[in-house]
Design a protein around this ligand. Structure first.
Ligand SMILES: [Cu+2]
Length: 345
């Protein structure tokens, strides 16, 4: 009997050691609120959002494939909401898919709901409200990144030295302070953001020569965006979180609503180069040009502050903008104080 027990323990230990991933499935429990929050896209342009944990984008989830996740969501706003975990398969678990009138009743004001699911498949995923998506997602900031690290990374992604998340969205300022309205035919979208900010309030992509840069593009809004980094080509390596069998080279990529593309770029051309949306009206702030969906690749060693033509020469840099700093924090749910807005009572 004693030997039998010893053998059983040994087999259990060997199973954990030999089955890939068997020891890595961790239980992770999180709490998240939805709050009426004023955020500022750029300059004077504020917006009334229903912000996850009071910030736009919502907190970054950075998990491992196979993790057991539970998220307890508290709705502190005056309207109903749900969360859909976009890209996750919810195998034998459709009740956690987050769609009102299909898989659950919406979470009413003042109420809570706990989502339980396994983090799979791996890749660049995202989450968003699924109630009045046309308003809540498109112009109330109800979205955030959900990154699942794979058990078996591809050869190409193993080479990445810097990892960035860029969530793209569109806003119609005429509804900025009319919560419960907007997202209807005839809307005119006049503000466009990367991670909730319009140029010049976006953040630069800082690299050094030799970096292998992964940019995770997420179409979180209403429109398509034609993303073009100057001075570089890139490999389109993942579509909707899934590795492409044959990554292809390009210099412009169209990202549609809901889509994710991970592009991988070699930093091999030192200088200052814009990254912008080639849908030209998406680089306006209202009627003002040189705004919207734009950032700049800045190389280490290129003296941006000494360049008299550079619009960002006095830029205060926030590396934790769901850029490489954010993804180096390990696994869990991470807020970002620079994305927090002001509470609206
Ligand atoms: Cu979705």
């Amino acid at each position: 009997m004693r030997n039998f027990r010893f053998a059983a323990v040994l087999i259990a230990l060997l199973t954990v050691a030999l089955v890939p991933g068997a020891s890595r499935a961790e239980k992770r429990a999180f709490d998240m609120t939805i709050e009426d929050t004023k955020i500022t896209l750029v300059e004077q342009q504020g917006f009334h959002t229903f912000a996850f944990n009071g910030q736009v984008p919502g907190p970054l989830f950075h998990l491992k494939e196979g993790d057991d996740v539970s998220v307890n969501v508290h709705n502190l706003t005056a309207l109903p909401h749900t969360i859909h975990w976009h890209g996750l398969i919810m195998k034998n678990n459709w009740k956690n898919d987050g769609v009102p009138g299909v898989s659950q009743n919406a979470i009413e004001p003042g109420k809570s709901f706990t989502y339980k699911f396994v983090a799979e498949p791996s890749g660049t995923m995202w989450y968003h409200c699924h109630v009045n998506v046309n308003e809540h997602v498109v112009m109330r900031g109800m979205w955030g990144p959900f990154i699942i690290d794979p058990k078996k990374p591809t050869e190409l992604e193993k080479k990445v030295t810097k990892d960035y998340i860029l969530m793209l969205s569109d806003w119609d300022s005429k509804y900025a302070f009319k919560p419960g309205y907007g997202g209807v035919p005839g809307d005119v979208y006049d503000y466009f953001t990367i991670n909730g900010r319009s140029f010049p309030d976006t953040q630069p992509i800082r690299v050094k020569k030799g970096d292998v840069v992964r940019i995770r593009l997420v179409g979180a809004g209403e429109f398509i965006h034609a993303i073009h980094p100057h001075g570089h080509t890139f490999k389109v390596a993942f579509k909707d979180g899934r590795p492409l069998p044959a990554p292809y080279e390009a210099d412009t990529l169209i990202v549609g609503p809901g889509e994710r593309y991970d592009i991988i770029m070699e930093a091999n051309n030192p200088g200052l180069f814009p990254v912008h949306d080639h849908v030209d009206s998406h680089t306006l702030n209202g009627a003002k040009p040189m705004g919207g969906l734009m950032t700049v690749i800045e190389y280490e060693g290129v003296s941006a502050s000494a360049d008299p033509v550079y619009a960002w020469k006095d830029k205060i840099f926030t590396p934790d903008f769901y850029y490489e700093e954010s993804l180096k924090k390990g696994h869990g749910m991470f807020g970002n104080s620079s994305m927090k807005g002001q509470a609206i009572q």
